[in-house]
Design a protein. Structure first.
Length: 158
């Protein structure tokens, strides 16, 4: 197994672009990516499948990732594999971070995650378990954002 791990490390670093020593600059994954922009690398064995590159970066720098914990990006760049741009947390932690940074909404207009315009009002809708759950329509974006954050925390706290 030691040889397989060594081989994975070599293959991993062959696929990373380190453009600068500046700690604020992302290390970009330059190989296969999934449709969400996260880097992918073959685990090495025929039946081992693919792994997400940023998770490998975290493990190289910090060791194993505990069960039910995810690796998140401080830089909001899914192709980044710079260990100092990564942190571990729960899905609920990541949802709170997404809401605080006003990212993750597919509308692309910088709205809080789960909030979308509905005429002159704001609709709260969160997808979970393969279904959209509706949490009402509100007069202000701030009211809708607070409801969306509360419901995301409730839904993703497990």
């Amino acid at each position: 197994m030691r040889g397989a791990r060594s081989s994975l490390l070599v293959r991993f670093f062959e696929k990373v672009r380190v453009p600068s020593a500046d700690p604020n600059v992302c290390w970009e994954w330059m190989a296969a990516m999934d449709r969400d922009g996260y880097g992918r690398i073959n685990a090495g064995g025929r039946d081992e499948g693919e792994l997400r590159a940023h998770r490998i970066a975290w493990e190289i720098a910090n060791g194993p990732i505990p069960a039910s914990i995810i690796v998140c990006h401080k830089c909001d760049n899914p192709s980044c594999v710079r260990p100092s741009h990564l942190y571990v947390g729960t899905i609920a932690d990541n949802q709170r971070d997404m809401a605080a940074r006003r990212r993750g909404n597919r509308s692309g207009v910088g709205l809080p995650y789960g909030v979308s315009p509905n005429g002159q009002r704001w609709k709260v809708q969160i997808r979970t378990g393969g279904h959209n759950q509706h949490f009402g329509t509100y007069d202000t974006i701030d009211e809708a954002a607070a409801i969306a954050q509360r419901e995301r925390e409730r839904l993703y706290e497990h």
